[in-house]
Design a protein around this ligand. Structure first.
Ligand code: NAD
Length: 299
């Protein structure tokens, strides 16, 4: 592996996880955020992550402590990136904030440094010019709870160098991820390109009153052998996120059917406090949802 020093910019939910996972796998990690308050919050998040690594991965106290010792924290961007082979950006999902950041980063980072964005919904080509080094820029997209959900979607934009793509794929593997290469830009990467239309189709069947939640899930589970149906998945994603996606679609397209789905989600679920698995109820009631009962698939 060619990379030794990694900088993670933005130490919020995903940034602190990416930084800690990278340090856990033996890299020197420099964490950058806008001020000391944000960096202190990151340190608190990482203390909690240590417990997750012990509980979920059987990591020892020594493992989790030595990972932390490989991390440094800095609110001065030039210092935070002075040794970086790779900068992974996980700052807010706001175009102007990211553009400003890349303009500054491009000026202070060493010439060799590769930049990767963890953006979920914005495409790397939107920022390629601002980086000042489009050949050394691409997307590296992780999932929440990275230590368990270990996918890394690695996506080129039209100007990314092939060798940069290959090096970042290698790096993703080196930090324990299953690297998933995307050779062209695709909004939503692979996972959401599959998942969003699938969940949308299920919600449309419900809003059209074609069938109820359990019948739709049962059909999918029996028909494909999948362990969860679309509504059980929506409960994991969270109803608020699903609502935001369909409401944005309704607004952007003026599609009355999307609006009908959005209205149903709001009226029957969000307004009733049924926000999904995390709140104990969504389309199903937890901890013992009906789809997990032994007779669910029998009749
Ligand atoms: P977050 O709000 O939890 O964290 C953002 C961090 O960026 C904060 O610590 C904030 O202080 C810092 N920040 C703000 N402005 C900055 C700047 N100019 N320079 C440096 N740091 C700055 O956000 P998040 O959920 O971690 O998301 C970050 C990125 O990761 C987004 O692009 C998002 O699409 C992506 N992502 C998020 C998830 C998720 O489940 N949360 C999953 C995959 C990808």
């Amino acid at each position: 592996m060619r990379f030794k020093n990694i900088t993670v910019a933005g130490s919020g939910v995903l940034g602190s996880q990416i930084a800690y996972q990278t340090a856990f796998k033996g890299f020197e990690v420099s964490v950058y955020d806008i001020n000391d308050d944000a960096l202190n919050t990151a340190k608190e998040r990482i203390l909690k992550l240590k417990e997750n690594y012990k509980a979920d991965l059987n990591a020892t106290d020594e493992d989790v402590d030595s990972a932390f010792e490989r991390m440094s924290f800095n609110s001065d961007l030039s210092k935070a990136v002075e040794k970086a082979d790779l900068v992974i950006e996980a700052i807010p999902e706001v175009v102007n904030i990211k553009t400003d950041f890349y303009e500054k980063l491009g000026k202070v980072a060493p010439e060799k440094t590769i930049f990767a964005t963890n953006s979920s919904t914005l495409l790397p080509s939107q920022f390629a010019k601002a980086t000042g080094r489009p050949k050394k820029f691409l997307a590296l997209h992780f999932a929440n709870e990275i230590w368990k959900n270990n996918t890394a979607e690695v996506m080129k934009h039209p100007g990314t160098d092939e060798s940069v793509f290959t090096d970042v794929i290698e790096f993703a593997k080196a930090i324990g991820m299953v690297a998933l290469p995307l050779h062209k830009e695709q909004p939503g990467y692979i996972l959401n390109s599959l998942l969003v239309p699938f969940l949308d189709a299920a919600q449309t069947l419900l809003a059209r009153e074609i069938a109820d939640v359990e019948t739709i899930d049962k059909t999918w589970m029996i028909g494909t052998g999948a362990p969860l149906g679309p509504f059980a998945i929506l409960d994991v994603v969270g109803i608020t996120t699903a609502y935001n996606i369909v409401a944005a679609k309704a607004q952007a397209t003026g599609n009355p059917e999307a609006q009908k789905v959005a209205d149903l989600m709001k009226r029957e679920y969000i307004d009733q406090g049924k926000l999904g698995r995390a709140t104990g109820e969504g389309f199903y009631k937890y901890p013992n949802p009906s789809f997990a009962q032994p007779d669910f698939l029998k009749g």
